[in-house]
Design a protein around this ligand. Structure first.
Ligand SMILES: [Zn+2]
Length: 48
């Protein structure tokens, strides 16, 4: 299977569920961690 966000190959045992999607641990952690960097695409609050 593959991560539904970054499409990298992951094993089922390694997949995490994020809002109903099977994602890799990296994406799962990133989605659950507070915004620490911008430009990744996750977040949304744009600052002018
Ligand atoms: Zn991923």
């Amino acid at each position: 299977m593959e991560c539904e966000i970054c499409k990298q190959k992951i094993i089922e045992d390694d997949a995490c569920e994020l809002q109903g999607k099977q994602v890799c641990e990296d994406c799962f952690i990133e989605a659950n961690s507070p915004a620490k960097s911008c430009g990744a695409g996750i977040g949304g609050a744009a600052k002018g």
